[in-house]
Design a binder for this molecule. Structure first.
Ligand SMILES: [Zn+2]
Length: 329
């Protein structure tokens, strides 16, 4: 039986304006791509998906440390820009600002600029994205970094929507290593559903917290599983009424240009920070399905927490800091 019309609430996805961005096309130091996959194959799949769904001018925010061992990987940025997409700055080593002093963090920002300058110069805007979207555990640190960004002409590009694809990526790498096709298919299907569901929940919470529905900036990681599913995710979001816009359009919204009013050391996107600031409940973010994802294609020592922990320990050998796993809770 059809529900009476009066009980139907509009889907928050209908008419939602979303700029898409891609992070970490070279993955991270200590988390290489699965065998047979790499930045080139994933970036090609994504360029095709963006063309299929008319997603304009996607900014890529890549930590550049993984290209130290493979400078040739940078050539994917030529194809990326030739397809009409752009490149921003995302630090060299991808260490949270929580774990570093401002000067060390800024020298890591500048180091990445030196590597990416030829591509950053071609972009219509100079955008910077904080590693892990962590923009300072104290206001003083945020101000310190912001002062440098202003001096060097960068605007911070916040993430307002994400769907935990990096956690799926680790499970997908396990499934690929085991040759477990059933697990791969389950993860792909689950990621598509999770992407739609998380976008809907986070957009609804942001609208309630801010008092209007702002333009959004969605994050997708340049991982193998995201490359395999992005076409489906974009199709499903478009079917439900999402309109794809440029980052420049999204940045005209004060919600993005100014950022959220909440300072925290926890792993939160802007919509989550706004929800916490305004006391708006945000159920199932992060989603309960991540516990199931961890149970798929299990390999000893290769859970999301163990893989991320191993990677941050690698980074700490290059720039001394103490990783704080609790920041991800
Ligand atoms: Zn990142």
């Amino acid at each position: 039986m059809k529900e009476p019309f009066m009980n139907q609430t509009p889907d928050p996805l209908n008419g939602l304006r979303v700029a898409v961005t891609v992070d970490d096309q070279f993955q991270w130091t200590g988390i290489p791509f699965p065998e047979g996959h790499g930045p080139k194959s994933v970036s090609r799949a994504m360029i095709e998906a963006f063309a299929n769904h008319r997603v304009p001018e996607v900014y890529a925010f890549n930590s550049t440390a993984p290209t130290e061992d493979d400078p040739g990987a940078l050539s994917i940025l030529d194809d990326w820009c030739a397809a009409g997409h752009h490149v921003g700055n995302h630090t060299h080593q991808h260490i949270s600002l929580n774990w570093l002093d401002v000067d060390t963090y800024l020298s890591d920002v500048d180091k990445s600029e030196e590597i990416l300058r030829p591509w950053i110069e071609r972009a219509p805007s100079r955008y910077f994205r904080y590693a892990f979207a962590m923009d300072g555990d104290t206001r003083e640190k945020t101000r310190g970094v912001q002062t440098h960004l202003t001096r060097t002409g960068y605007l911070s590009s916040p993430v307002t929507l994400w769907f935990y694809d990096a956690q799926f990526a680790v499970a997908y790498q396990r499934a690929l290593a085991l040759g477990d096709r059933e697990a791969q298919q389950w993860l792909e299907d689950a990621l598509v559903q999770t992407a739609v569901d998380q976008t809907r929940r986070q957009a609804a919470a942001a609208a309630r917290a801010i008092g209007r529905s702002p333009d959004h900036i969605l994050l997708v990681h340049g991982t193998t599983v995201a490359g395999a599913t992005l076409d489906r995710i974009l199709a499903e979001l478009a079917r439900l009424g999402v309109e794809y816009i440029t980052s420049e359009e999204a940045m005209r919204d004060p919600a993005n240009a100014v950022g959220s009013p909440r300072t925290t050391r926890q792993f939160r996107n802007s919509s989550q920070k706004w929800a916490e600031f305004a006391g708006v409940a945000l159920d199932d973010v992060p989603p309960a399905i991540l516990a199931e994802v961890e149970e798929v294609a299990k390999i000893d020592g290769q859970s999301w927490n163990e893989v991320l922990g191993g990677a941050t320990a690698e980074w700490a050998k290059r720039i001394p800091f103490t990783p704080m796993p609790s920041d991800f809770h």
